[in-house]
Structures are given as C-alpha cells and as structure tokens.
Design a protein around this ligand. Structure first.
Ligand SMILES: [Mg+2]
Length: 175
C-alpha cells in the first residue's frame, strides 16, 4: 500500500513538473533590467586599485579615470543571483557610462563578457535615458538617468527595503 502511495505521489509530482515547464514556455517572462555600478559591479573595488596621484588628478570626476571599470569586482551575491533570476525572468543590463570617458563604455562590455556572458550576451543597453526602456522591473541603486521615471517598478538596490541581493531575490519570488 505504501509503495502504491509513493508511486502515485511521484507520478503526480512529475505531472505537476510537466505542467509547470509547459506553462513557463507559454507565458512570456517578465522583463527585468539590472543596473551595473553598485548593483552588479562594486565601484569601490576599482577605486581601491587606483593611486592617490591619479585620484587627485580626477577629483570630482573619478568615473572618468581611464580603465577604471575594468578593475572592478562583482558585488557580493550578484553573480549567483542573476543566474537564478535568468531562469524566471527576461534579463537585460541597463546602465549609463560617463559621456567623457569612452573607455568606460568598452570596459563595461568587457566586464560583462568576463563575468556574466552566459546571462547577458548581447543583452545590454547603455543610455542616459533609462526611462525609454520598457520592462517590468529595474534594479538600480540611484534614481538618476531616467530610473525614477521608469515605467515599470524601480527596485531601489541598497535601500532599507532592498539592502542586498538576497532581499531582491525574495521579492521577485526566486529565493
Ligand atoms: Mg548604479
């Protein structure tokens, strides 16, 4: 009798798995945009590798230091989190690069290629007008460059409600 119940349970669970996988392919995934600086990329980890002399030279415009973006490490939990999100959401990077630091534009592509090419390959928007992009969520630490005017929901990374990646995963139902 026990064996029958176990077998029936397994068959039932398998049916549910099949229904889940079919419905997930039929329903379009919600679109999530992810900012880079201080969301995926730890801005401070790049600065700590720059000499005081260069920092003084670029005071007030540190994001214009050539090659700075290539030195930055991932924010804790970011890499694992976007891999989890990728299974349930349509993911894109939505970032701004400094207009007066052209190397930052290419450094950002290189950074994504190095750390997250399997998630964001050819899925990257660099703009000063994030409000022009259409999606369901935008995970961003600042309201600048159109973020606060974004049509979908702004998940304010680093805020009291979303202090880290774990809290974002819980909110998006992935944890
Ligand atoms: Mg940012």
């Amino acid at each position: 009798m026990m064996n029958t119940v176990t077998k029936n349970d397994k068959t039932h669970n398998r049916k549910i798995d099949i229904i889940d996988s079919v419905s997930s392919t039929l329903e379009p995934k919600k679109r999530v945009f992810v900012d880079m600086d201080n969301v995926l990329v730890d801005f401070g980890s790049g600065l700590s590798q720059i000499s005081e002399e260069v920092k003084n030279e670029y005071e007030g415009r540190l994001d214009e230091i050539p090659g700075l973006f290539g030195l930055m490490k991932p924010v804790p939990g970011a890499i694992e989190s976007v891999h989890k999100l990728q299974k349930h959401y349509d993911l894109f990077i939505l970032s701004t690069a400094p207009w007066k630091n052209p190397s930052a534009w290419s450094d950002k592509v290189k950074w994504v290629t190095q750390y997250l090419d399997d998630v964001f390959h050819k899925r990257m928007v660099l703009t000063h007008r994030k409000d022009l992009c259409q999606g369901d969520y935008l995970i961003d630490d600042r309201g600048k460059n159109g973020t606060s005017e974004f049509d979908g929901e702004w998940i304010e990374f680093g805020s009291e409600k979303f202090p880290d990646w774990d809290s974002v995963l819980v909110y998006l139902g992935v944890k």
